[in-house]
Design a protein around this ligand. Structure first.
Ligand SMILES: Cc1cc2nc3c(=O)[nH]c(=O)nc-3n(C[C@H](O)[C@H](O)[C@H](O)COP(=O)(O)O)c2cc1C
Length: 206
């Protein structure tokens, strides 16, 4: 039985365009994976705290020397990582806010990017430890950025996910959502068509 982890990062929770595109993909995934399990991590409803020196200090403290408060911070981060580790498929809803990713998603990444847990340094360089997964990213933007020098999200997400071992990533973009009603409709229609192209081969094989 496969597990899909859906990470929502829209401030509008399930109402965000990125969340709705993710839902369309997940409906197809459910159809081709009967019995599959979907776990939702909603960063709007359940935000991860910003990483600060106290929390990072908890990550660095030796296990036998952690205070109860530090242990609670580590347990929380471990639970987020366990959820990610158990997933075969990761679906990320990715809005663009002020030219970057939502701060809630960065806070989440700051709690799952942990030396010795999700990546390690070796003589040959860093090695990601969360391998064997496929990630799908559904990006929603008011403007148009894909393939331009102003595209900051795709390289960042690719770099971060690959760093922790998830290098097999598909991106789907819904762009131009704030330009005009026609542009919004076109952007969403293109993204939906791209999702259907991702889902159809799996449905045919199911
Ligand atoms: C606070 C805020 C900041 C935004 N900043 C940008 C931006 O920098 N560039 C852009 O193209 N669109 C921007 N937008 C538009 C969003 O990218 C667009 O509404 C998209 O649908 C957001 O995804 P969501 O619907 O899943 O939340 C912004 C929207 C909000 C609410």
């Amino acid at each position: 039985m496969k597990t899909l982890l859906q990470i929502r990062s829209s401030i509008f929770s399930s109402g965000g365009q990125s969340s709705q595109l993710a839902e369309r993909f997940i409906a197809g995934w459910r159809a081709s994976n009967p019995g599959g399990r979907v776990v939702v991590r909603d960063l709007a409803k359940d935000p991860v705290p910003h990483l600060d020196a106290v929390r990072f200090g908890a990550f660095l403290a030796k296990p036998e020397e952690r205070t109860p408060a530090q242990q609670a911070v580590v347990d929380y981060s471990d639970s987020l990582i366990d959820e990610l580790r158990r997933a075969d498929v990761v679906v990320l809803g990715l809005p663009m806010y002020n030219f970057g990713l939502p701060s809630t998603l960065k806070a989440y990444f700051d709690h799952v990017g942990r030396a010795g847990v999700t990546f390690k340094y070796t003589e040959k360089g860093p090695v990601g430890l969360l391998t064997g997964k496929k990630a799908y990213v559904f990006a929603a933007r008011g403007g148009v950025y894909a393939g331009t020098p102003n595209e900051t999200q795709t390289p960042f997400i690719r770099t971060f996910l690959s760093f922790i071992g998830m290098s097999d990533i598909e991106f789907v973009y819904a762009e131009g959502l704030a330009i005009s009603e026609a542009s919004k409709e076109e952007g969403i229609a293109r993204a939906r068509a791209a999702i259907d192209r991702l889902v159809e081969p799996e449905l045919a094989a199911a």
